[in-house]
Design a protein around this ligand. Sequence first.
Ligand code: COA
Length: 256
Amino acid sequence: MTEHVKIAREGGVLELTSIRPDKKNAITGEMYAALGGGIDGANKDSEIKAILISAEGDMFTAGNDLADFAKQAAGAPAERAGEDMVSGNPLLIALARAEKPIIAAVQGRAVGVGGTMLLHCDLVYIAESATITMPFINLGLTPENASSLLLPQRIGHARAFAVFALGEAIGGQDAVDLGIAYKCLPAGEVRSAAREAAKTIAARSLSALVATKKLMRDSKLLADVMNRENAVFAAQLRTPEAAAAFAAFLNKPKAA
Ligand code: COA
């Protein structure tokens, strides 16, 4: 249980909302577990037909909590019930094996794992002012949770490499044009449009939705790629370059 994730159900829609705006919705081990548990639970819940993921505040997420990364890099156990964060992220594992449609509402930034999450969602509504960045290499890390497969699949190798290696940001309209998001809207309209879509989907045949999603994805391939990436990521997490990048962020002077 964490106060940083709100879980609500309404009219066949499971709503998962990150509520850690003071830390830009950086995702902790407890938040991964809560979000992943909600998504996994929906597979067995016949009343839930769609899942809506969103976040309070000015940012979808600043990515993985860097203090957590620093602790893992130093060899401390991950702060996540019974799991090592580098051997499997419960949120991304749940997203990769989710049976029901997942809709996301994105405002502000989606950094790192925030961008990766979107590649596993079925419908992404994004703000015109939003940006997606995946600065893994800048942190001494590597793409994770099937982003090494899904990002080049969506946007091509060259652009994907620029996102990973140059830290190129993808804006809201670009995300639609490149096939990452479905609709780009003014920031104030994103969550309501995503909620409306979730409600519409929840009125459809559950068996048809589940079968369609299954036909559109190769879950086994996703799992294989994620396992391969995790081993590389775990090794990178413990490099001096990664440790230096985490320390630089965590020790940066506070804004006056
Ligand atoms: N992990 C832990 N804490 C984070 C965080 C993260 N990923 N991102 C932001 N925060 C915290 C900051 O430390 C700060 O905390 P404080 O108020 O106690 O000092 C608070 O959230 C606000 O962040 P701040 O950096 O002041 O906001 P900003 O609007 O100036 O910048 C970002 C926003 C996202 C550009 C910047 O926070 C950032 O670069 N974060 C790291 C992103 C990242 O590398 N994520 C991992 C990708 S794999």
